[in-house]
Ligand binder design. Sequence first.
Ligand code: GLN
Length: 549
Amino acid sequence: MAFRTSALALPQQVGFAFCMTGQALKLPRTKRLVVRNSMTSATSLHDNLIVAQARPASVIRKIREDLENRERSAVDIMEDYLTRLRDRETHVQSFLHVSETAMEEAKLLDDKLAQKARIGPLAGVPIAVKDNLCTKDMPSTGGSKILEGYRPPYDATAVRKLRETGAVIIGKTNMDEFGMGSTTEGSAYKVTANPWDTTRVPGGSSGGSAAAVAAKQCAGALGSDTGGSIRQPASFCGVVGLKPTYGRVSRSGLMAYASSLDVVGCFGSSVEDVAILFQSVAGHDSADSTSSSKDVPSFAETFTPVDKLNSKPLVGVKFGLIKETLGEGVDSSVVSAVQSAAKHLENLGAEVIEVELPKFSLGLPAYYVLAASEASSNLSRYDGARYGRREDAQELVTMYGKSRDMGLGSEVKRRILMGTYALSAGYYDAYYKRAQQVRRLIQTDLEDVLQRVDILLSPVAPTPAYKIGEKADDPLAMYAGDLMTVNVNLAGLPALVVPCGVAEGGQFGLPVGLQMVGKSFDEATLLHSGHIFEQTAPSWHRTVPPLVQ
Ligand code: GLN
């Protein structure tokens, strides 16, 4: 294989995955769809949809109220969720493991309630957890065969914090192996289906968590985001997803993919749910030296109920719509949904300007060099000796080799090869070092533009959810889908995804998400604005997938 290094322009140089095939970094041209999801033209499509509720409401708050008012017991609530989980699991396949102790935990909570004991803010709330977060009472495989049956001796800090606030971990969700992928097709165990159209992918790598929330198999979920793995599945499944600032949530107990990019974040069916979950997992942790000791504000407390909002609740907030994310290669349905959302923000009193980020497209190749490089080092711990699966062999090195060969999937092997190559002595400067320089450029550009605006707006992905199998054999097409999310990780910024429209596709339409990118550690402004947007947006997104009916 010939590697072309010298004559290529910067993006190709840093993105040797792309260089290897000589493919350009542009997104493929997509078929222009008939636009039917703008605010004015959505009615025809919306006629097909079932409007489930007046507006997204907090499922977690409802559980709390029901428990406090003795309307339902914790056992009733858990039984409801477990029944729904099992019924829908045949169609969706979001879980790799379901808790065997959830009912017992609910019973214990009912006993506490009977004794009028104090209960935590998430008491009795069934939360699903991505399988790359360690749980001591359930297997944690990271979607990989190499960790089949592995039971960690401890809970990840985020999981521990959830349990401390009373949440019940209802199960572990499916994911692309070690977070590498965008569809869950990279899982060694199963492919999760999108609840809106089960012939389509739910997104990834946290596809199981997003699908489980969309299918109401849990009240909320944890995921991880290295290059878009919370935001893209949230968009594909029509749920809310938050990728926090790097360092805001402890990574202790999260299986490392690319440590300088990985963050733990949350999914919910409303911004309020996401804020409540985020509140309980955020904060400093001495077990993670990169976790920040910055104060964690009270996020949901700043939310105003929709009936108390004035007509221009976003006066004083300035948004920047990223021009480079609305051009060629992006589905017109997606562009139109995001532009309509920007218009809606303007109607709410916000100022919306267009901003240019000329270096935007350099982020994707830089990300793939850096993420693969870090992965090649991080994944060396899976050697057959320390955790999970071991193949027998006479020689130690043969045992390592066979265990890794049998235990790791093809995408993971590809990334290890790419990363090892980029870090090798002769190519380090051309790839890894150059990618780090590009990362700095991206960071500076984003920080500069965020001096001028409070929040950046863009689509999450160039298309809505695509068919299972459509990109499974075309890794570069799959990587290209990450163009709009990876820069946020390179810069370590927080981003919130809220549903903003329904595009044509499937029997009931397909959700489209709006990505809102905030200033470092300013999740509060994101959640506040996202909440107002969600509570006031026109009815076309106040829907739930047909499976949920
Ligand atoms: N799809 C991207 C990748 O494969 C992002 C994954 C992630 O955020 N974990 O690397």
